[in-house]
Design a protein around this ligand. Structure first.
Ligand code: PMV
Length: 322
């Protein structure tokens, strides 16, 4: 038997960082995918193959592999151990191959997407019949190792697809813009460390709590208005709100020169709005505008060495098939 799972990445349209503290956010699943293939292994061992980075680990059991695997991959072992313990199954004699088209450490959900791909495929392989809410819990536990205090927005978006209005601890809902909604995603060529950026923001909260509260409060307010403008198809207004959100993210000290430069080029060339997406201090920028303008801006970025991707939302979310 062979099971394949396919899970999209994501970008955050509004509300990153504020979402960690209970404020609303809007995110969009994007059609860059992580894939996990699980099949029987006739060699009586477990093989864990990280195909994208061309690294393979083999052992007689999970404890054996755990000793060989670098610590930055230990969340995958934790996920497999948790599944095994919860359902009282011994995970053995399988081949697991993980790959992803999503740039790592760039705010596009690569970590959430690969964790979900692993849990979806392995649970389908063992016939565990997990619901999305269960997969979410396993994958979020895995994320806590790399991330510290995840809000759950990445995992929810990668699991369910679409454009989501998300607030920690509350039911999320899908946001339906009336017309095609496209954003240009541009990579700054700088990896970021989400855990570190989140802890910098936490420090600001601890040291200047009034300032912090007023910033995240405004981010939450603009996010709520952004939802109304999105469903009304007022993309020019959505763009303005993105610019306001970017200003507030700068005040949280999570922007940098490259992000500011990319935003400036986008706005000078006719974009409605442009902001960082995800944790910031590197990673990616999202730009909104008319398709013609976005294509022109994409060419400019490409000529300056910035990878970019014009995209609409993924509507499938996580899928695992036999
Ligand atoms: O991992 P990133 O870069 O996509 O950041 C996730 C968004 C944050 O709001 C910064 C963290 C979170 O868990 O919501």
């Amino acid at each position: 038997m062979r099971v394949t799972s396919k899970v999209p990445g994501k970008c955050i349209l509004f509300g990153e960082h504020a979402v960690v503290y209970g404020f609303p956010s809007i995110s969009m699943a994007i059609p860059l995918n992580s894939t996990c293939i699980v099949e029987e292994n006739k060699l009586n061992s477990i093989e864990l193959n990280f195909k994208t980075i061309n690294k393979k680990y083999e052992g007689s059991n999970l404890v054996d592999i755990e000793q060989k695997i670098p610590s930055n991959y230990s969340q995958f072992i934790l996920g497999l151990n948790s599944l095994g313990n919860k359902f009282d199954i011994e995970i053995k004699d399988i081949r697991i191959e993980l790959s992803s088209d999503i740039i790592p450490n760039a705010g596009l959900g690569s970590s959430a997407s690969t964790s979900i791909a692993l849990i979806s495929a392995v649970s389908e392989f063992y016939g565990l019949n997990l619901k999305k809410a269960d997969i979410f819990n396993f994958a979020l536990e895995m994320e806590k190792i790399t991330h510290g205090n995840p809000s759950g927005i990445d995992h929810t978006t990668c699991l369910y697809g679409n454009i989501l209005f998300y607030q920690k601890g509350k039911p999320f809902h899908i946001v339906y813009p009336p017309d095609d909604f496209q954003v240009l995603i541009t990579y700054t060529n700088q990896e970021h460390d989400t855990k570190e950026v989140i802890s910098n923001v936490k420090r600001l909260k601890d040291e200047k709590s009034h300032l912090f509260d007023s910033i995240v409060d405004k981010i939450g307010f603009y996010t709520e208005i952004a939802e109304l403008e999105l469903v009304s198809g007022n993309y020019e207004e959505v763009g303005k709100l993105m610019n306001f959100n970017q200003d507030l993210l700068s005040q949280l000290n999570v922007s940098n020169e490259t992000i500011d430069k990319i935003n400036e080029i986008a706005l000078k060339n006719g974009a409605y709005g442009s902001k960082l997406t995800g944790a910031g201090l590197g990673g990616c920028v999202i730009t909104l505008g008319e398709e013609k303008e976005l294509k022109k801006i994409a060419k400019i970025f490409k000529s300056q060495g910035y990878w970019n991707f014009l995209t609409t939302q993924d509507k499938n979310g996580a899928i695992a098939t036999k």
